[in-house]
Design a protein around this ligand. Structure first.
Ligand SMILES: [Zn+2]
Length: 374
């Protein structure tokens, strides 16, 4: 086998295709036994599937695609670039994972009656689009606070939406409850979703002529983006394609910052209720936290935390430069500006911010009085 699916904690291999986590309760990981070879890139394909060779668990005739990936990198300022990963079929980087998840499920089984998923909005909308394309029924569980545009988008693709009171974790528990004919495939848990995100890093490497940036700022909530990016780095390193590890900076909001606290060896007590403009960053107790900490330390990454005022001003600063992204993406610019102000950047350091979701999905609301400003 050129890949294996195993528990990230006890090492036990996945036994059933319907399993979305190990019987010990920990998330699965995928080990790839194929070296990255630039010659195997399908250059005529302008989507993530140009890297099909590195997704051996997807059958070629079972690929479900909407043309996701190959997003541009453009310069924002001196030594500062942005990857516009919100230029995706559903307006979010999650399309990378949805495409690999639905394609892999279709590869493993000819009959999928229905799926269920929990999401703060973007992943639900993304999975709904890919399920629509594959003609699969989907139930999406979202927090009550999920923004109007994201809800409309999920419904437009034909998925059934359930709004749940409580924390992000309560939403997840609701979706996991066994439902007749609806297999739970939560994107946070499912290894086939997370694994698709490594295409983002392959693209960055290809776009820089395999030279790579010195620093990459990544917004972090449930951890799928962070782990996908690190997985891509590790694959290219072990294949001798790149010889430099970019310093990965995991960015969180002050309210929702469990990873930041872990990295700084501080205790984290989440607020009773989350009131943030960054409505995609709401995982106070993410199940991938141990994996995130382990992987971020392995690549000698760092973390940063930003306040609401900093997010709002960075959101407008990006928009004034022509880039309208959701506040949850603007956190990367906020963290960059914060660290730049502190000093410590060398003159030649090349920095990349990952911008993950379009601004059309989350109308900017004042975090003080909930008044819509745009
Ligand atoms: Zn286990």
């Amino acid at each position: 086998m050129n890949y294996s699916i195993f528990c990230s904690k006890c090492g036990k291999e996945r036994e059933e295709k319907t399993q979305w986590r190990c019987i010990c309760g920990a998330p699965f990981d995928i080990a790839l036994n194929i070296k990255f070879d630039k010659e195997k890139i399908i250059r005529s394909c302008k989507s993530i599937w140009r890297y099909k060779h590195y997704f051996p668990y997807v059958k070629r005739d079972k690929i479900i695609t909407l043309g996701e990936g190959c997003t541009p990198i453009t310069k924002l300022d001196d030594n500062l670039w942005i990857k516009l990963d919100y230029l995706m079929p559903t307006g979010s980087y999650k399309d990378r994972g949805s495409s690999t998840l639905v394609s892999s499920l279709c590869s493993e089984s000819d009959i999928i009656k229905g799926l269920s998923e929990d999401s703060s909005g973007n992943a639900g909308a993304s999975l709904a689009a890919y399920c629509a394309r594959a003609n699969i029924k989907l139930k999406v569980f979202v927090p009550k606070s999920t923004s109007g545009p994201k809800l409309s988008q999920i419904k437009a693709y034909g998925a059934e939406v359930f709004r749940v009171e409580g924390t992000r974790e309560d939403v997840s528990k609701m979706a996991q409850r066994a439902m007749k004919d609806h297999l739970y495939v939560g994107h946070v848990w499912h290894p086939f979703f997370r694994d698709g995100i490594r295409t983002l890093l392959y693209e960055v490497a290809e776009q820089t002529g395999w030279r790579m940036f010195d620093k990459i700022y990544v917004p972090v909530s449930a951890g799928t983006l962070l782990l996908g990016v690190i997985s891509g780095i590790k694959h290219l390193l072990s294949s001798d394609i790149i010889n430099k590890v970019p310093r990965i900076i995991a960015v969180q909001t002050r309210q929702v910052s469990p990873l930041y606290h872990r990295m700084e060896k501080l205790s984290y007590v989440p607020p009773e209720s989350i009131k943030t403009v960054a409505d995609a960053l709401v995982s106070t107790n993410p199940p991938l936290l141990d994996l995130m900490e382990k992987n971020l330390r392995e690549v000698d990454g760092g973390s940063e935390v930003v306040d609401e005022e900093e997010i709002v001003s960075s959101y407008y600063a990006l928009a004034k430069k022509g880039f309208h992204v959701e506040p949850s993406s603007a956190v990367t610019y906020a963290a960059y500006l914060k660290q730049l102000a502190k000093g410590g950047f060398s003159e030649k350091e090349k920095v990349l911010l990952i911008l993950t979701g379009t601004g059309l999905k989350s109308p900017m609301k004042s975090f003080r009085n909930n008044k819509v400003l745009l």
